[in-house]
Design a protein around this ligand. Structure first.
Ligand code: ZN
Length: 487
């Protein structure tokens, strides 16, 4: 009996010791474990749709359930084009329901994308893009932040939704899908704030943590002033996110007028290079960031006054469906005679106009302008200078890249009214003129953020001189390079 008692006692000590040692895994060690796992060569760069990315999704899902979150693996088919046949793509969602009977319908989405670039062949050698900073770091922070928030004694009033996004690197597809998914599955729920961790593993190297887009929330300083960040680092709060080079999942939320923060230590890491490896990550820094948000998130999740700012619409410029702006064009105009051998010379054509472009669908847009034009028309009878008001309308086929580059081309027509016309070297004045010109247009345009670059070809369909002799019949052609600014 004594022997049994003794072994039971030993067993209890061992049990105690083992639970203690498990409990003693530090946050930093867990962060390291996650990053080393996700950024291992064997996971081949976690390319969206690959079986390695699916393995990572299962890893995150297991972490979420261990923490105590209700998890959803939300598989989705690529909505536009399939780049890889071995999908499916999947977001991993962990839900921690809020305690307030009303506010729990408001969701605070905390996200990080886990996919990366995969592998590339260079000189018949497979090079793995491990993506430790981009974005195993953010995903690890997401898991540990979830653990901390769930283990806090008090539940938050609002519901916390932790999402590891897939398919970010191929056009923010994971976050776009998630937003539509929530709207469809939980129509009474409302996303009130999104916090996106993307590349947060270089705090020491960059010396600062940047949170961009804080101005999308009203009175944002009341939250940020309530929590301190270690003084050895700078906390940089940017009201708006201006970084067009590093578009990430928060952009999808801003496009839906949902306040969103972009959290990053910047581009100090070997960005989109094979050297972005786990041993380069600053795990102490990563842990500091997790601690900071562990204190910060409940402030947003519990405050009954949380509201989007009035300026929110302005921050989502890149996802606007319509643009207005100013354009200027410079080019030349010449006449092509239909009969006879004489050809017109090239004369200058200038244009200054108001510009408007409205999206009709994902692929089509309608563009209109109201412009002042000045042309020098070299006819064989002499030179005619015109001042015109021109109204071109063009139907465009468009394609956008990462929301900030848009290419479009199309065709349309124009009407131009000559409000002033002057003849030079006409001797004697024998002709009469139509006061207008109509014709068709070929148009090519590229928008890079707010700048417009375009080429336009105009072909006149009516003869400008009333009742010309047959050998005088000529129609204008104009070619212009355009530049513009939209807002
Ligand atoms: Zn990223």
């Amino acid at each position: 009996m004594k022997k049994y008692f003794y072994s039971l006692f030993l067993f209890l000590i061992v049990l105690q010791f083992s639970t203690l040692s498990y409990g003693q895994t530090t946050q930093k060690e867990r962060l390291e474990k996650h990053v080393y796992y996700m950024a291992a060569d064997s996971l081949k760069g976690r390319k969206a749709g690959s079986k390695e990315a699916q393995k990572v999704a299962e890893y995150i899902s297991n972490q979420f359930s261990t923490i105590g979150l209700e998890t959803i693996l939300d598989k989705f088919d690529f909505p536009i084009i399939t780049l890889s046949s071995d999908g499916p793509y999947q977001n991993v969602i962990g839900v921690w329901e809020g305690s307030d009977s009303i506010l729990k319908r408001e969701l605070i989405v905390i996200g990080a994308h886990y996919d990366h670039l995969g592998t590339k062949l260079k000189k018949e050698e497979e090079i793995v893009y491990n993506g430790a900073d981009d974005n195993a770091s953010g995903t690890a922070a997401l898991i540990e932040l979830a653990r901390n928030l769930v283990q806090q004694k008090e539940l938050t009033k609002r519901t916390l939704v932790f999402v590891a996004f897939d398919a970010e690197e191929i056009g923010l597809q994971g976050s776009k899908f998630f937003i539509n998914y929530v709207k469809a599955v939980k129509p009474v729920h409302k996303m009130v704030l999104m916090i996106n961790f993307d590349m947060v593993g270089y705090l020491k190297q960059s010396g600062k943590l940047k949170i961009a887009g804080v101005g999308t929330v009203q009175n944002y300083l009341t939250y940020f002033n309530a929590v301190s960040f270690p003084e050895s680092y700078r906390l940089v709060l940017k009201k708006k996110d201006h970084s067009i080079l590093t578009g990430s999942d928060h952009d999808s939320f801003l496009a839906e007028q949902i306040p969103a923060f972009y959290v990053t230590t910047g581009l100090k890491s070997p960005y989109h290079k094979p050297e972005d490896d786990a041993h380069l990550i600053d795990y102490d820094g990563l842990s500091i960031i997790v601690d900071y948000f562990t204190e910060l998130v409940p402030l947003f999740a519990n405050d009954t006054h949380l509201k989007p700012s009035d300026g929110l619409k302005k921050t989502s410029f890149h996802d606007k469906k319509s643009y207005f702006g100013l354009t200027a064009g410079i080019g030349n105009m010449r006449y092509n005679y239909r009969y006879g051998t004489v050809d017109g010379k090239k004369g200058t054509a200038l244009q200054l106009g108001l510009y408007g472009k409205v999206s009709l669908s994902n692929s089509f847009a309608l563009k209109g302008e109201a412009a002042y034009s000045y042309t020098n028309r070299y006819r064989k009878e002499g030179i005619i200078q015109t001042h015109e008001v021109t109204f071109p309308v063009v139907l465009l086929l468009k394609s956008t890249y990462e929301n900030w580059i848009e290419m479009s081309m199309g065709a349309g027509g124009y009407y131009s009214h000559f409000f002033h016309l002057r003849e030079k070297n006409f001797d004697p004045i024998v002709k009469q003129y139509y006061p207008y010109e109509v014709g068709w247009i070929l148009d090519f345009e590229m928008r890079v953020s707010r700048m417009i670059y375009g080429l336009q070809y105009r072909y006149g369909l009516n003869e400008m001189i009333v009742a010309p002799q047959e050998e005088d019949m000529a129609r204008s052609r104009m070619f212009q390079f355009k530049i513009g600014f939209v807002f």
